[in-house]
Write a protein that binds this ligand. Structure first.
Ligand code: DOR
Ligand code: ZN
Ligand code: ZN
Length: 374
């Protein structure tokens, strides 16, 4: 291929089904410009953005506001979710997100409507009553131990029957437990359309890493000591999608005391080089790259992310180069990343979106290039 060196590695454009780009009234944390530039430079060509904005995306009017902002500013293509109890017909709105605080609402109407509309229900599975109870028992500074596994188990056991009853497509967001992947697998065996996301932080890090990494690794659900077992199940094919849950907060917010600081890890900058390196070093299985490209593409019927003849080309070309990601080079407004300061063996050289060169050692398109991916 012209314009390619021998040492290059060509991959499909990566698709992240779970990110928080922020914008609207949280532009100090991140906006579509900064966070989509982080995505592009990390080899991610499509992002699906969560609805827990300020204001949350629970009406058509707010969805329109958000869509306009994304169209104006995004460097990469996008999909959106709405917030409980609002669902929208538009094709690029792929589902509704259920948060812990929604868990004790009557979820039946939403599961029924999502099923009728062919949309997905995506659940942040942590039972709020268990979380509240745990707060009284644990020291909140022990964040990574204070949100018990039981909260995830109970939430998973609550939503799978709802999906069964209504024939709804269901996805468990950021699964942290072998229990969750086993439950999803059992539901699949029944013929249900239930899928599971996993994140790099829950697979690669343990609570002791999280303690030493401090504020950056305060995240929900927390880092647990289940990473190795979870990874074993990912290797065996029990999870469907890798997602980053990219969740930027401002450096000021993250430097508050441990109790007050918000949860969330910014991941997108330099992500594909990092993932490929993890695969080469045997830390992640090869399938992790399909879980971040072909799997979401096939799941959504997106003509991207999988190298099928006739597809529109979303491609990432990596070159072999030793480099270290510096704080000043990060695009995210969080100005932090688990990869910052790490020596990397690959670098994103080129990115093609819909067949157009979008990145060549830096963006060669302007903001607003990104469009709804469906
Ligand atoms: O750690 C988290 N951060 N977990 C969530 O569920 C939300 C996210 C955010 O929006 O910051
Ligand atoms: Zn979540
Ligand atoms: Zn999230």
């Amino acid at each position: 291929m012209r314009g390619c060196e021998e040492a290059d590695l060509i991959l499909p454009g990566m698709i992240d089904l779970h990110v928080h780009m922020r914008g609207l009234n949280q532009r100090h944390k991140g906006d579509w410009r900064s966070e989509s530039l982080a995505a592009l430079s990390g080899g991610v060509t499509v992002v699906a953005d969560m609805p827990n904005n300020v204001p949350k995306i629970d009406s058509r009017e707010k969805l329109d506001m958000k869509t306009e902002e994304a169209k104006r500013e995004s460097y990469v293509d996008f999909l959106l979710y709405t917030a409980f109890p609002y669902l929208d017909e538009r094709s690029y709105v792929i589902g509704i997100k259920i948060y812990p605080e929604d868990m004790y609402e009557d979820l039946n109407p939403v599961f029924k409507r999502a099923s009728e509309m062919g949309k997905e229900v995506v659940v942040h599975a942590e039972d709020p009553l268990i979380l509240k109870e745990a707060e009284r028992v644990f020291d909140v500074k022990e964040h990574n131990r204070a949100r018990p596994e039981l909260a995830e188990k109970i939430a998973v056991d609550r939503v799978i029957p709802l999906a069964r009853r209504h024939g709804t497509k269901l996805r468990i967001a950021h699964s942290t437990l072998p229990y969750t992947l086993a439950a999803v697998s059992e539901a699949k065996a029944e013929g249900m359309e239930v899928k599971a996301e996993v994140t790099p932080h829950h697979l690669l890090y343990s609570p002791s890493d999280a303690d030493s990494l401090g504020s950056l690794f305060k995240v929900n659900p927390p880092i647990r000591d289940t990473g190795e077992k979870l990874l074993g199940m990912v290797r065996a094919g029990f999870a469907d999608f890798l997602v980053t849950d990219h969740a930027p907060h401002s450096p000021e917010e993250k430097s508050k005391g441990y109790e007050e600081m918000p949860s969330g890890i910014p991941w997108l900058d330099a992500l594909t080089p990092f993932l490929v390196q993890c695969v080469e070093e045997g830390k992640l299985p090869y399938r992790i790259l399909s879980m971040y490209s072909a799997n979401p593409a096939l799941h959504l019927g997106l003509r991207r992310g999988s190298l099928v003849p006739g597809n529109l080309a979303d491609l990432v070309i990596l070159k072999r180069e030793r480099w270290t990601l510096k704080k000043e080079e990060l695009h995210t407004k969080a100005r932090a990343s688990p990869i910052e300061g790490k020596e990397l063996k690959w670098k994103v050289s080129k990115v093609f979106i819909r067949g157009e060169l979008a990145f060549h050692d830096g963006p060669v398109i302007s903001e607003g290039f990104g469009v709804p991916a469906l």
